[in-house]
Design a protein around this ligand. Sequence first.
Ligand code: ZN
Length: 470
Amino acid sequence: MSRLEKDDNFGDWYLDIVERAGLSDKRYPIKGMNVWTPYGWKAMSNIDRFIRQELDATQHDEVCFPLMIPETEFKKEKDHIKGFDSEVYWVTHAGLNELDVRLVLRPTSETAMYPMFALWVRSHQDLPLKVYQIVNVFRYETKQTRAFMRVREIHFFESHTCHATEEDAQGQIDEDAEMLSRIAGKLCLPYFLSVRTEWDKFPGAHYTVGIDTVMPNGKTLQIGSMHHYRTNFSEPYEITYEDENSEHRHVHQTTYGMSERLLGAVIGAHSDDKGLIMPPDIAPFQVVIIPIFSKDNSAVVLEAARLLAADLSGQGIRAKLDDRDARPGSKYYDWEIRGVPLRLEIGGRDIEKNVVAFARRDTGEKGQIERGSVGEGVRLILGMISSSLMERARASQESKLQDVASLDGIPEGRVVRFGWCGCEECGHRFEDTQDMKILGTPYPAEKGYSGKCIVCGKEAAQPVLAARTM
Ligand code: ZN
């Protein structure tokens, strides 16, 4: 068992890496509200870019709603407010005046958007309405905070859609799942989609699909979710459209949300004892160039290194020249911790031979690339690194998943899969006795499954996954 697989070690390792890699600064004087450092923000911005690409390509429009929501709007959907009551921040004063209507800092934007959707949606021609925003949301987290994974000010993506029918809304959930598979591919991140239990679904949702990924300690981290609301929100917010027969109908709605936990998941999933390994697509720097000086050649080597950096940048590769006055070994160490996928070295010998030396961060493999085709060579290796990171992460996820048939001997540090009859009593009994959470049944449903409920032994129509969670 590697040291990361032990729970306490993983938690310490994670916080240590976030700090040493310079991804986030937690010294800001509000607990759980961390500062995005340049390196961390670059990585997050790259993730956001892929999210925007996917949403734009599927005809969602980007919007930006106000941060504050009046209490009157916030309380319209009764389950929603119950779900968020204990974790929202209130604004009670404007200057010296107490506000007549208190304002909530958005914990999510349903209640900000839906009064406006009621104005925007008039006829069936306005549907589907598909919008998204990438903003910060605020949730008063009471458990121990942890950078990117459990914070109180959360960098958040949320899409909201309105449809004429339940089936159209269902089609949106399927489109969300397809977008997710492409986005997660860029992050080299495998995941499970599970339909959450009734007691764990989003407040106000008809159903919720949770997106979970497994960390090296065997705990799962929820990195996002998709919700089908049916008309649960459109009724209280009166979002209606006029159909072809001039009848007014409530829209069916969905949402899809993911957060900075994506970056937390990347940090947890791709790493070794030397530090982080950034997936090439989101790495702030895909390549670091280290000039190797020997006696009297520093001007020539530095010039060659600069040209190399410019050459790669010109070809759209994010390259960083490390020309600090430090020994190559200490530079290697710094960039290994920060997870730069590919290191290039250039010295007097390489210049003479017209090559560049490389070292892969993931496998440690070393070799040379012809200087004349360095862009092509780098791209090829970055592609290989992405594939191998994905393979490695899939193998790790696979190794953490275990089928179990009895409540005796549920293994530690695993995601377990078993039959469940679907009744709440059995579900709660499992969760309480095992101190685990039922993640849910597979989405889409597993065809041809047959099994028995692990608690009561009755026929189970679907398996469920259960795990301890981060
Ligand atoms: Zn049962």
